[in-house]
Design a binder for this molecule. Sequence first.
Ligand code: SAH
Length: 480
Amino acid sequence: MLPETTKLNAFPVFMRVEDALVVIVGNGGEALAKARLLSQSSAALKIVADDPDAPLAAWIAAHGAKHVAEAYAPHHLEGAVLVFAASGDAALDKRISSDARAKNIPVNAVDRPELCDFFTPAIVNRAPVCVAVGTEGAGPVLSQLIRAKIDRMLAPSLGGLAVLAASFRDAAERLLPKGSARRRFWNDFFEGAPARALEIGHLAEAHEAAAELLARRTAAQGHIALVGAGPGAEDLLTLRAQRLLMQADVIVHDALVPEAVVAMGRRDAERLPVGKRKGCHSKSQAEINELLVSLGREGKRVVRLKSGDPLVFGRAGEEMQALRDADISYEVVPGVTAAFAAAADFELPLTLRGVASSMVFTTGHDLKGGTLPDWGKLAISGATVAVYMGRSVAAEVASRLIEAGLSPDTAVAVVENASLGDRRLFHGTIADLPALEGRDELTGPVMTLIGDAVAGANFGKSEPLAAHDRLVAAKQGADA
Ligand code: SAH
């Protein structure tokens, strides 16, 4: 025998309610909450409320629910398949509950488990797919937490996918032998091209992809998702990125993507680090391109995880070109780029009315030539400049911009490890920027933001850039 705690005292069932009468009795927020829950179904709602409060009255009007503006009487329950006692009045709820039971109608009384024949679950609704969470009264907070987790895992398009699946069921049964072939078809259907097409709202394409899967009945097609992992914090990953990570056979990731983010992938996914930290290239770009192509040819579902946004200094262009040339399907999932994370850490407006109306993403490496690149002129005309990979060229960037006419007083904000717990913030002017190069203790990635809009940042948590310079100078002075 199982220990008592592993047995459910409330067993979940899905009850047919299409056009069936469901009665809710109550005037206030509890009745409204049940009305909202039930309105996710196609049941016919009847709300018995002699004196509905304003929100309930407004909801009834907006949703066209049947409203009985009378004091509760037992005959109101006639013909109902479910009854909700939500009056907020213990004695009345008790009467409603016993009237319902006398008529053999299952009843739920809000917050009074002893009067309930059933409990309402927290639900994740992807009609016709539904996940219901119950805790037998251990607590609505727990149900809601679980609900929210599941909600994040399931694509909004899942309901549509289930409807599409139903339309393919007969054909799949006719054409595919029972067993592994059929299972593989459904696996590819729910996780492969049809699912992906629906996720971006392309129903016709999804239909086509499903038909193709059915016709081909060959090995699964490979697919590469170029996914932005965001600046480092796990919870800055997009829901789509998380879902793809959960489905991946292989995760190919850069060194800048923290372990905690890679670990969000499917547990048995293969993980291939491809390095690329400054100064230690573990794989060349050409080798990475080849790797992606060959994984695609093997039919793998691959997540190519890149820090920040994959299309910003991520060499995604080359990878996409290689995949296109090899005719391997791929998609791109945007991520939070480092400049945005750094701006958020600094509470810094990247555009500011009347001050900065454009923005430049640059590496600064192109400032080394003889002429100022166009973005340099933009900076001088007030654009906010985000410098990626710029620590080692900080002095160069500063002197070239000042030389070209940018005021040495222009504000600068620097963030190491943006979005992460160990981030460090520095501020100063462009004249202080060369000090950055001397800061060998900054071992994490560094984002530099330059421009007049930077002056609008919150400097409460940052250290002055120049302080370091002065300290070093003072120390050298003392040593001399
Ligand atoms: N695709 C990435 C950029 C890759 S280039 C993106 O969109 O963010 C790598 C550079 O990004 C680093 O040298 C640094 O300048 C910046 N960077 C990446 N993550 C960062 C972080 N957490 N904090 C500060 N800068 C970061």
